[in-house]
Structures are given as structure tokens and as C-alpha cells.
Design a protein around this ligand. Structure first.
Ligand SMILES: [Zn+2]
Length: 316
């Protein structure tokens, strides 16, 4: 009988799940839609059903790791996930009960993606690294001495909510004003571009694209479109400040850039790195920059790595 674990990454629109060996090798993976209606009550039964359907006669489920888009405490308590409709509850206990007592280890999705990159991706061999996730929001996962830094309430690494944009009047998804992700996220980039288009008569190819995305702004910035470039420069300037603050606190050796916006490639990374070096405290500035390599699979690798580590520790 082969012992296996599942790594699960619950997102606002899809749930990714992978079946792994106890050595962390991915055997097979699946994606199912996230049913968030009625406070997301179908989500855990859907995952449980998927897992039970995939366990065959010659395999034993040793444990499940699960990443969710919200803070998770060390004890496995979820402190609300707005995107899933979830309030505060004990995720590890509840899901373990649904699975007949199989051990469950839960974590924040951005943190687990960082663990995934460290164990199996572009962060291998770098025990002090930060994965910066740039998408609709801005998040990060922090690995120091080869261990995830999660903090008192599991909210460590939430760099998108650093109050670095005091002049911004918009309200963040967290309810506060001035958060970094208002300026540096994909939605922040689109908002700023629209603001400049409406407030100036600067010529820009963006004017010819109906409901453009951050990807369009990056593409045009690369081609030298002045307005697009100024929007991207501003976003990267704020983000570089956030990374300089992060470096002053945890002093990583590597910043990996992941999430949808990392598709902009070295254009983004080079600009960010240059601005970071201008701002960072010099002894913290000796840090490498790179692009994450596992893409959307980082979360399931990290979730699997976390439950495998937890099972190993229990055996010691
Ligand atoms: Zn915020």
C-alpha cells in the first residue's frame, strides 16, 4: 500500500488539488470550480468528495495540506476568507473530521506558495526568501531559515496592506486606506491608468483599447507608450518601497516574483530591482531577484510540503 498526501489550493474561482508521494513528487492534479454561494458551505464537501473519488484500493491517504486565501493561525483556525464567504472557524479540525480523522494542515495560500517555490521551484537552495505575489492584490510568503514565517495570527507577509500610499483616496478591500496594493496591484494599475486618461489629454494607445487590463498597460509600457510607462513606473516605485521595508525586517537573500503580473517578465523584475536598490538599506540590498517557476501549481506543492513536514515531525 502506497502512502500519499493531497495538496489543495482553494481560490475564489477554482480549487486546485494534487496527489503527491511522501517525497513530495506530484502524481496527478485536478481543478474544480469553487462554489462560494451560501457562505461557501459546499467548498469542503466538494474537496472531500474529490479526494475520496481519487483514492484507489492500493493507496492510503496519509494527510491533506490545504491553502486558503486568508490568515490561518498555527492551530489551524481560519480568521475569515472574504473571497470564499467564510467566517472564522477551525478548518483543520472540521476538515479532518470530514475525512474520517486524516491529519489536515492548513495555511495561507501566499505563504504555502512560497513554501512550494522553496521546496520544488525557483527558491530551491535559498532558505531565506520571499515570494511576492502580484495579481488582483499584492501578497507575499516569507521563508526564513527554511521555515515559513506566519506570525501570531497567520497574517505575516501581507505586504499589500502596508500603509505606503497615504495620498490615495481609494478604500482597500481590507477596509483601510493607503494600502500598497491600491497602487501596485493589477487593479491598482488599471485604476491609475484610467485616472490619467480621464484627467489628461496625453496621447496613449490605451485610449484605443476598450476595458484594458494591467497586461495591456505592461505591453504598451514595454513599447514605450509614455502614459503606460508612467503608470507602471509609479506602481513599481511603490512596490519597491514595500520590498525595501520587507528587506529591512526579514533580510531575505532572494525575492521571487509570482502571480499573474509576473507574466510581464524581466521588464517588470529589472525595473523593480533597480528601484529597490535605490531605496533599500544597503546591507539589506544584497538580494537576488527572480521569477517564480511553479506558476499556479506553487500552492498545491506548498500545501503538500506542509503536511509532509508535519507528518514527519509527528513521527520523530
Ligand atoms: Zn488593505
Amino acid at each position: 500500500m502506497e502512502r500519499i498526501v493531497f495538496g489543495v489550493d482553494v481560490g475564489g474561482t477554482t480549487i486546485k488539488a494534487g496527489c503527491f508521494t511522501m517525497e513530495g513528487r506530484l502524481l496527478e492534479k485536478w481543478t474544480i470550480p469553487t462554489r462560494t454561494q451560501e457562505e461557501g458551505r459546499d467548498i469542503l464537501p466538494d474537496i472531500s468528495g474529490l479526494i475520496h473519488g481519487k483514492i484507489s484500493g492500493n493507496t492510503v491517504l496519509a494527510g491533506v495540506g490545504i491553502g486558503v486565501p486568508g490568515p490561518v493561525t498555527e492551530a489551524g483556525l481560519v480568521l475569515g476568507c472574504v473571497n470564499l464567504g467564510w467566517d472564522t472557524f477551525h478548518l483543520e479540525k472540521k476538515f479532518s473530521n470530514m475525512l474520517g480523522g486524516v491529519p489536515v494542515k492548513a495555511g495561507n495560500d501566499a505563504s504555502l506558495a512560497a513554501l512550494g517555490e522553496y521546496v520544488m521551484g525557483a527558491g530551491r537552495g535559498c532558505p531565506d526568501m520571499v515570494l511576492v505575489t502580484l495579481g488582483t492584490g499584492v501578497g507575499s510568503g516569507i521563508i526564513i531559515d527554511g521555515h515559513l514565517v506566519t506570525g501570531y495570527n497567520g497574517a505575516a507577509g501581507e505586504i499589500g496592506h502596508m500603509p505606503l500610499v497615504p495620498e490615495c483616496e481609494d478604500t482597500c478591500t481590507c477596509g483601510k486606506k493607503g494600502c500598497l496594493e491600491l497602487a501596485a496591484s493589477a487593479s491598482g494599475i488599471v485604476r491609475q491608468a484610467n485616472r490619467l486618461l480621464a484627467g489628461t489629454d496625453t496621447d496613449s494607445q490605451l485610449r484605443g483599447i476598450k476595458s484594458f487590463t494591467a497586461k495591456d498597460v505592461f505591453e504598451l509600457a514595454k513599447k514605450g507608450d509614455f502614459l503606460s510607462l508612467s503608470v507602471i513606473e509609479r506602481a513599481m516605485d511603490y512596490l519597491a518601497s514595500g520590498l525595501a521595508c520587507t528587506a529591512s525586517v526579514v533580510n531575505p537573500g532572494l525575492f521571487l516574483i509570482g502571480g499573474g503580473m509576473s507574466g510581464a517578465g524581466m521588464f517588470l523584475v529589472d525595473m523593480l530591482e533597480e528601484k529597490f536598490r535605490e531605496k533599500a538599506f544597503t546591507p539589506c540590498g544584497d538580494v537576488k531577484f527572480g521569477i517564480a517557476s511553479l506558476g499556479p501549481d506553487a500552492g498545491i506543492y506548498g500545501a503538500a510540503a506542509q503536511i509532509i513536514q508535519s507528518l514527519r515531525n509527528e513521527r520523530l
